[in-house]
Design a protein around this ligand. Structure first.
Ligand code: HEM
Length: 410
């Protein structure tokens, strides 16, 4: 533990530690308090919280931070079984050379040509889901349940070759497994996560065995096959990648879209502007990423002492890079708490620039932009339902809404 940096104190509400972040229903208020105390601060439990944009951006891109020690911690903390395997070989907890190999194979699935080629199919799915919306007796629909969830779920299932009929089951497992990725895990969450992980892993192994026996022209068959250039994946790496891609592919994209839309619908002037200027859909999604990113933080471990924002991270110390806090840093963004769909400032850190930059970033953006475009064209008079406001729900590092009930007005 290095002795530089200040321990976090707040005279009114006490020191902030990991448990507060894990349990907070209002994390942005917490982040504001943190940032006010400096961009990099140490908690009483000896972790670092990075909330300033410059410091976060620089640490994420710093080759002196590793992710492997996080996998190592899961290896020690979890009993032998699927959850331990999944976390130990998870792509975002790998370091070179394993990370380089796994990422090279996985990225072939997300090359820009392949993603752009999916655009018409994604647009057709969005149109179909809007066609099928069936308002309740009160004239409202739940856009999270009937639109923002099924679209990314269909897209990633199509990519991986997961049958439609299995999607609900996989979603249920994802919800249970996700808290394992958070900090200050509760015993009940841990038990539920480990049980769901066993089922999810068994499913992934079965899918992999099917592709091994009868390869198809799809992503999973390509991952199973490997390549002469990049080598191949081990069985646990493959299993972990299938689970990661499935979970990352649908939940975060759903929450990015719904979180952002919730903000946009509350600001009628901004909504009207987007309806009038659909070309702003790209910068609107970028603003969704900045203001309401579903991934609040990622963790990194210093492999050697790193001077950052007036502090020094000691070798082996863990930093939580608070992406959501950095995205609202007033030193970088004008009036940072405000939604501005035409904002043209620094890039949000939501996809974690650096070695682990989100592999699905282009696909997630395409899906969100497609969903938004289809929505404003079909329902320019869309309004939120004031009777049933949504609540925030937190799972591990992820933040999303319980539902988004709206009145679909053409
Ligand atoms: C199509 C949807 C998506 C897919 C398939 C996907 C997939 C992935 C994969 C495979 C990684 C690991 C990359 C690596 O370690 O080298 C990753 C990392 C990441 N993704 Fe995504 N992702 C998607 C959407 C999103 C969205 C919407 C967000 C948030 C706005 C997001 C945020 C992140 C972050 C923050 C990381 C870094 C994680 C870390 O360093 O621990 N992803 N993503």
């Amino acid at each position: 533990m290095s002795d530089s940096g200040r321990a976090i104190r707040n005279d009114e509400e006490g020191p902030i530690d990991l448990i507060d972040i894990a349990r907070s229903q209002t994390p942005h208020a917490l982040f504001e308090r943190l940032r006010a105390g400096g961009p990099v601060q140490r908690t009483a439990s000896g972790h670092w919280l990075v909330s300033g944009y410059e410091a976060a951006n620089s640490l994420l891109r710093d080759r002196r931070v590793h992710s492997g020690p996080i996998a190592e911690r899961y290896r020690r903390a979890l009993a032998p079984g699927a959850a331990r395997d999944e976390m130990s070989f998870r792509i975002n907890f790998l370091d070179p050379p394993d990370h380089t190999r796994v990422r090279a194979l996985a990225s072939s699935a997300f090359n820009p040509r392949r993603i752009a080629g999916m655009a018409p199919w994604i647009a057709a799915q969005a149109a179909r889901l809007l066609d099928e919306l069936t308002p309740d007796a009160d004239g409202t629909v739940d856009l999270l349940h009937d639109y923002a969830h099924p679209l990314p779920s269909r897209v990633i299932s199509e990519l991986l070759g997961v049958p439609d009929a299995d999607r609900d089951q996989l979603t249920t497992w994802t919800e249970a497994v996700t808290p394992l990725l958070g900090v200050a895990l509760q015993p009940a969450e841990k038990a539920a996560g480990m049980a769901a992980s066993e089922s999810f892993a068994a499913y992934a192994r079965d899918l992999i065995a099917q592709r091994r026996a009868a390869p198809r022209d799809d992503l999973l068959s390509a991952l199973v096959r490997g390549s002469p250039e990049h080598g191949s994946l081990t069985e646990p790496e493959l299993m972990s990648l299938v689970v990661t891609l499935y979970s990352a592919g649908h939940r975060t994209t759903r929450d990015l879209f719904t979180n952002g839309l919730h903000r946009l619908l509350a600001d009628r002037a901004q909504w009207a502007r987007l309806v009038a200027e659909p070309a702003l859909v790209g910068s609107t999604v970028r603003e969704f990423l900045r203001l309401e990113t579903p991934t609040l933080y990622v963790a990194r471990v210093a492999a050697e002492p790193i001077a950052l924002g007036g502090a020094t991270l000691g070798t082996g110390e863990t930093a939580l890079v608070l992406l959501a806090a950095a995205n609202r840093d007033p030193a970088v963004f004008t009036d940072p708490q405000r939604l501005d769909i035409a904002r043209d400032e620094a890039a949000p850190l939501s996809f974690a620039p650096g070695a682990h930059f989100c592999l699905g970033a282009a696909l997630a953006r395409l899906e969100a932009e497609t969903m938004l475009t289809a929505l404003i064209v079909r329902f320019p008079g869309l309004t939120p339902d004031p009777e049933k406001p949504p609540e925030w729900r937190h799972r591990g590092p992820f933040r999303g809404l319980t539902h988004l009930r709206v009145r679909p007005v053409a």
